[in-house]
Design a protein around this ligand. Structure first.
Ligand code: PSU
Ligand code: MN
Length: 309
């Protein structure tokens, strides 16, 4: 009989050791592998992100659900397996966890579930591409990603490149404010919009060093302020895409989704794929670069946090 959490949680020896030694660890998600990018670029990117984290002096911990266990620090073979299986892997957000673990199944973790896994393992920093948020038209569809609720209640800092304008960025920021989630712009006052450096919306605070971000995380922990923080890191200038072009392509993709009646957990992967096709793959190249950029910042923040403790 499975009796406790450890029956449903697996942490690699390397990650365990790093945490025990107060070495920096950066959590990484797996929905971006199975549902966010096509094979084989998804696997290549996931492995390159891990390598980048290592080059920055931290230990990567890619998280997924494997055989009914939240697995922290999965192997290259498991990354390959998830990437090859693609959309056939279950996209697992918070509500999917009890069933997948009980059934002993596999799942690709979203930002929400990756935060849960990181938090259970004791990892403080998580780097990814983009978070889910309040979808356009949410005032009638109620489509608000569980990622936002997770940021409200789980103590992990998420480094992202802002959010895509497949979402309503203004409403996403309002929601985060209501839930008490601090939104930090790294080197910017403006919320970046994933492929583009600008969105027209302001972050809560601009910070220019990883050290300053780590200091705020430390205060939040010390004062037992629940929930995560969001660090928005703009895509490097040389890889950023044209704002007008992206706005037009995203509008086209959102209209296609509406016409086809796509909703729920399918909508984000559908839009990502359509945008890739509409931009003839240029969005994928930008996506890879922004994830690498976030991995570097995540490693730097995790390193600074270890120095404080
Ligand atoms: N946004 C992206 N790329 C992604 C995702 C979002 O630019 O891969 C994925 C993340 O795993 C995120 C999830 O947590 O989609 C959000 O899905 P939903 O909107 O169904 O909550
Ligand atoms: Mn949704």
């Amino acid at each position: 009989m499975k009796m406790n959490l450890n029956d449903y949680l697996w942490i690699s020896e390397e990650v365990k050791q790093a945490l025990a030694d107060n070495k920096p660890v950066v959590a990484l998600e797996s929905t971006i592998i199975s549902h966010g990018m096509p094979y084989p670029q998804n696997v290549e990117t996931a492995l390159l992100v891990e390598k980048t984290v290592r080059e920055c002096g931290a230990v990567p911990a890619t998280i997924a659900i494997i055989g009914g266990k939240i697995s922290v620090g999965i192997s290259a073979n498991q990354i390959e397996y998830l990437g090859k299986k693609g959309l056939k892997v279950i996209k697992a957000s918070r509500r999917d966890l009890p069933v997948l673990l009980a059934r002993g199944e596999d799942g690709a973790t979203t930002v929400a579930t990756t935060m849960i896994g990181a938090s259970l393992a004791g990892i403080k920093v998580f780097a990814t591409g983009g978070i889910g948020g309040v979808h356009r038209g949410a005032e009638t569809t109620m489509d608000i990603s569980a990622d936002l609720e997770e940021l409200a209640q789980t103590n992990v800092t998420v480094v992202c490149a802002g959010a895509k304008s497949i979402l309503d960025l203004g409403l996403t920021l309002e929601y985060l404010e209501t839930k008490g989630v601090t939104v930090i712009g790294f080197g910017t006052e403006e919320l970046p919009a994933f492929y583009c450096r600008k969105s027209g919306f302001k972050v809560d605070y601009r910070m220019d060093t990883a050290n300053e971000i780590a200091a705020s995380i430390h205060v939040k922990d010390t004062c037992n302020l629940i929930g995560g923080m969001l660090v928005a890191n703009p895509i490097p200038e040389e890889y950023a895409m044209n704002e007008e072009e992206m706005a037009a392509q995203i509008d086209t993709a959102v209209n296609m989704a509406n016409e086809l009646g796509i909703k729920g957990k399918e909508i984000t992967p559908f839009l990502l794929d359509k945008i890739k096709t509409l931009t003839e793959g240029r969005s994928l190249a930008a996506n890879i670069q922004l994830v690498l950029n976030n991995a570097r910042l995540g490693a730097a923040i995790a390193t600074e946090l270890c120095k404080i403790k």
